[in-house]
Design a protein around this ligand. Structure first.
Ligand SMILES: [Zn+2]
Length: 177
């Protein structure tokens, strides 16, 4: 009986042998060829595993980032966040006088809790109403127009801040995705 050649054994191990069945028949009865096959198999397994382990270890070392890197935010993210915060602060500072204008009348009212003062105010208000009723003349309301402008400006400012904020966050989310 002819023993299997080294080439045949290699092809058998690589699953490239055409007549696999007859090789298996010989291996089943020939301890010598079976031992050579086992030795080849062990050698190839060792050769296969060694470079792969070395390669994967090398790649892992290259891919794994340094521990300090993930903690630091990307430069563009820090810049965008800083710019966004600065814009919001500027908008709030710009809107603050209008907000004070808008709120101050109510603050003045709150700061007068004295009953007599309220009564005096009510009386003066009542006289104004009586005056108005008696003369059928609408008194001028000087406070209303500037208040209207202030609240409009404030709303525009707040809308601007909201839009800036939303656009900024949208950009951040899109860049992060
Ligand atoms: Zn043999």
């Amino acid at each position: 009986m002819n023993h299997l050649t080294d080439e045949t054994l290699n092809e058998y191990l690589d699953h490239e042998l055409a007549d696999r069945a007859s090789a298996e028949t010989h291996l089943a009865v020939c301890a010598d060829c079976a031992a050579r096959l086992a030795a080849l198999q062990a050698l190839f397994a060792e050769l296969d595993s060694l470079p792969e382990e070395a390669l994967s270890r090398d790649l892992a070392a290259r891919i794994t980032p340094r521990p300090s890197l993930p903690a630091a935010l990307p430069r563009w993210l820090t810049l965008t966040a800083t710019l966004q915060a600065a814009l919001v602060v500027i908008a709030i500072i710009a809107a603050a006088p209008f907000a004070v204008d808008l709120v101050s009348p109510y603050l003045v009212t709150v700061q007068m809790p004295s009953l007599t003062e309220i009564v005096v105010q009510f009386q003066s208000q009542w006289t104004t109403w009586l005056d108005m009723l008696s003369t059928f003349r609408f008194p001028a309301m000087p406070q209303l127009p500037p208040l209207e402008i202030s609240s409009l400006m404030l709303m525009i400012m707040l809308a601007g801040v909201s839009i800036l904020w939303l656009v900024g966050n949208g950009l951040l989310l899109r860049k992060q995705a």
